[in-house]
Design a protein around this ligand. Structure first.
Ligand code: IFM
Length: 795
């Protein structure tokens, strides 16, 4: 069943049935002022930190997973009937209540129609602003005059820290008050504290309205809702009268009642505004919306900003769903993970307050082709999270202070130990950035280490290699340390992971090219030797004739051997054998064939097979999960990007695209009841064959899947493979695609690329014509580029 459709032209997903199988969310704003909102207006907002700056309360794991939220209630004062602008929380019968939710790029517009009253609420955070706007338009489509009340409602948290607010009720209930002043509710927290006490100072939030006079209000949540009631039937709305009760030692809220009379055909418009600003500042903010045309201006600014970024890469292929994902939704999700990391969703509460090293370094890859300038800033930031021994800090805090951070070597360091893979992710990310921009001078930029000292980017990379070299296992592969990419895999400090070994191989190959350009001959010779040694080890100790093992534990026992009773084939070592360039062609083909045969399912390839149940070793923490779930043989969506890329690099376009389609959210649009998560956003994993709910996806939006699948598609399937000197065009597509086009912005120039496939090929380009001129091979040199370029690539 489907619950909505993609509107490619407006870059929106339109939800036509509000009773979606899960809350389908969107993101607004930025971490300066961030918000998550569902199609039923549920969700929360925060300033700077999801955990420490929470403004709207949100109850994790509540029965309705998105409550409370930003509610608009409407009441017919002639008959007492009432409903909400979003279907929930009142939940009128859907045969009488029409609803559409338009999730767009950083805005959400929820439209409803009930008893001839149309309501439309546009939610957004203006660009670079630290408050949110809910612009409401109500239209009377009846033939008679309608007397209505409209209520804007928000449940404030009593404390910025969400955990304190949720559980420390003996404190947080007694620190907040509300006031009504100048058309707005002002909430104060620790009002008496003029100077910091225990690190806290007084705070203020506001919820006000522009464009209408407030008739009555409530600042006390329980007075608004009433005893033994809930958000579906708040007494204030049912009775038609807010009582002007302000909270004192109870839960605070902002509820503003506006009474309106609408003639037939008449529309009334107003804007609620919410933020963490004091009386003065919020009055000024509200005044700026007295002229409500400001809203349309700000909406346009948001669209210009986001569409401007997304339009740097647009495709038109025979597959509409693929187009929607690449042109809008996968790209937008990449920006969301890039900006928000794993900070705030309906599953992540933001407590971590920082960027996981490997997560963010990978997230950056998803936006390099869209916004290399933003990528560069974050790359520098992450490099400054590298310790001077070459390893990555497991977590780079939002308030990271380069040069002064503690490291896992410090006894007082509390967050995790070193992971084996963290700093190795820098190599493909930096390479992609340099290739996209041609900015190889970046390698000479000096950046501080997290703990002390500074060095050029080139030196940072050398130290990362060194980190792995100084921490070798018993067989000549890098030691697994605390874990590798797989959080659940503990092979012992001296255990070895083939995934990390392939990453190290790839990293050394990348650095060897850089060192060659820099004429660092001694280092090139060193890397040559290490590359050869590692390859030899991988060949002799890790290849089992048709698959690579997953690793060798500290006690010498092999993990992921074909002879094991469980977990005897793992996905990542096979895809990374290809990506790293460490395996030969025959091995790559065999490993990929085996993956297809053994691991593939209708929803993507499982991470390992069979899942652990009875034969797990001590460090196989995935045993904690049910079979076919998460790291225990679930379809780990992030890994789908790598298998797509691996197949594409081998020129096997049919397989690459098959894997893509299996895990693509958009492909499940018509089976949304099976997938449950948003059909426009990747999740962390999909339940696989041993689950009774095969195909159900989990952990929406904030996942590394966004960037790996993006890279798998852009670099892999679509074959956009930049180098410092130009662009290699090497698509790997389904053989039945006859033609498709790509618009790519590249080094400030426009590329209109038409790919023709008259012979039904799966991969490679045999002829390239650039602005009418034939070019040898599939490489487009940057020197040939004009401002705008017409390129025809024939496969
Ligand atoms: O690689 C990790 C990531 O850092 C957090 N989520 C799960 C992934 C796989 O374990």
């Amino acid at each position: 069943m489907n619950y909505g459709y993609f509107d490619g032209e407006n870059k929106e997903y339109v939800i036509t049935k509000p009773n979606t199988p899960a809350p389908w969310a969107n993101y607004l704003g930025s971490p300066e002022y961030g918000a998550i909102i569902s199609n039923n207006a549920g969700g929360y907002s925060f300033v700077k930190s999801g955990a420490n700056g929470r403004i709207i309360r949100y109850r994790f794991n509540a029965i309705n997973m998105d409550q409370p939220g930003r509610y608009i209630y409407l009441r017919d004062n002639d008959n007492g009937d009432y409903w909400s602008g979003s279907w929930q929380p009142v939940g009128k019968p859907l045969d009488k209540y029409e609803n559409q939710c338009h999730h767009g790029t950083a805005y959400t517009n929820i439209k409803s129609k009930y008893t001839n009253i149309k309501a439309e609420t546009l939610y957004y955070v203006p660009l670079d602003k630290t408050y949110e706007v809910w612009r409401v338009k109500v239209t009377n489509e009846d033939t008679k005059v309608r007397n209505l009340s409209l209520y804007g409602y928000v449940e404030f948290s009593n404390e910025n820290n969400y955990e304190q607010d949720s559980v420390n009720l003996q404190y947080t209930q007694y620190i907040t008050k509300t006031y009504f002043r100048n058309n707005k509710i002002i909430q104060t927290i620790n009002e008496n504290v003029k100077q910091s006490v225990n690190g806290s100072t007084g705070k203020e939030r506001f919820f006000g309205v522009a464009g209408a006079e407030v008739a009555a209000y409530e600042g006390d949540r329980d007075t608004f809702v009433g005893e033994y009631r809930n958000y579906s039937n708040p007494i204030a709305v049912e009775s038609g009268k807010c009582q002007k009760v302000l909270n004192y030692n109870t839960n605070s809220c902002g509820a503003l009642q506006i009474d309106i009379t609408l003639n037939p055909g008449e529309t009334k418009e107003l804007a609620f505004v919410l933020g963490a600003h004091n009386d003065d500042a919020s009055s000024k903010i509200l005044a700026s919306y007295e002229d409500l045309s400001q809203v349309e201006k700000e909406l346009q600014e948001l669209k210009d900003y986001w569409h401007g970024k997304l339009n740097n890469f647009q495709i038109n292929t025979p597959d509409e769903n693929f187009n929607h994902m690449i042109n809008t939704w996968n790209s937008y999700q990449c920006f969301i993970t890039f900006v928000w990391s794993r900070a705030a969703s309906f599953q992540y509460c933001g407590l971590r307050n920082g960027y996981g090293f490997r997560d963010t370094v990978q997230d950056i890859q998803g936006i390099i082709h869209l916004a290399p300038e933003l990528a560069l800033e974050k790359i520098k930031f992450m490099i400054s999270g590298q310790v001077d021994n070459g390893g990555g800090l497991p977590l780079v805090k939002f308030d990271h202070n380069p040069g002064h951070e503690m490291t896992p070597d410090d006894p007082a360091y509390t967050y995790d130990r070193y992971r084996a893979d963290d700093a190795l992710w820098l190599f493909p990310t930096i390479l992609k950035y340099i290739n996209e921009t041609g900015n190889d001078d970046f390698l000479d930029e000096v950046i501080p280490f997290a703990n002390k000292g500074e060095a050029t980017v080139y030196e940072h990379l050398k130290r990362a290699i060194n980190f792995s070299m100084e921490r070798q296992g018993n067989n000549g592969m890098p030691a697994g340390l605390h874990a590798d990419w797989n959080d659940c895999l503990r092979m012992g400090a001296k255990g070895e992971s083939t995934f990390v070994a392939f990453q190290l191989y790839y990293a050394m190959a990348i650095l060897k090219n850089i060192a060659t350009d820099k004429k660092d001959d001694a280092y090139v010779a060193y890397l040559d030797e290490k590359l050869a040694e590692l390859k030899e080890t991988m060949q002799t100790k890790c290849w089992e004739g048709d698959q690579f093992i997953r690793g060798i534990r500290e006690d010498g026992i092999v993990v992921g051997s074909k002879n094991d009773p469980e977990a005897n084939l793992w996905l990542n070592p096979q895809s990374w054998a290809v990506i790293s360039g460490c395996a030969d062609k025959e091995q790559c083909e065999k490993a990929l064939d085996k993956v297809y045969e053994r691991l593939n399912t209708p929803y993507g390839a499982v991470l390992l097979d069979p899942p652990y149940k009875d034969h797990a070793f001590d460090g196989a923490l995935m045993l904690l999960f049910n079979p076919s779930t998460k790291e225990n043989g679930g379809i780990f969506s992030q890994s789908q990007g790598w298998i797509i890329l691996a197949e594409a690099l081998m020129g096997r376009g049919n397989k690459a695209f098959e894997y893509y389609r299996e895990c693509s959210p958009a492909e499940m649009n018509d089976n949304a009841e099976v997938r449950k998560l948003e059909p426009y956003a990747h999740g962390q994993f999909i339940e696989a064959k041993e689950s009774p709910f095969q195909g159900r996806a989990h952990v929406h939006w904030l996942t590394g899947t966004a960037s790996t699948v993006m890279v798998g598609c852009v670099e892999g399937i679509l074959g956009m493979r930049p180098t410092v000197d130009g662009l290699n065009i090497s698509p790997s597509v389904p053989s039945d695609w006859k033609e498709f086009s790509i618009f790519k912005s590249f080094r400030g120039k426009k590329l209109n690329i038409l790919v023709k496939n008259p012979d039904g090929k799966e991969g490679g380009v045999r002829e390239l014509i650039v602005n009418g001129e034939k070019v040898e091979g599939s490489f487009l040199p940057v020197s040939m580029l004009k401002e705008e370029n017409e390129i025809i690539a024939t496969m």
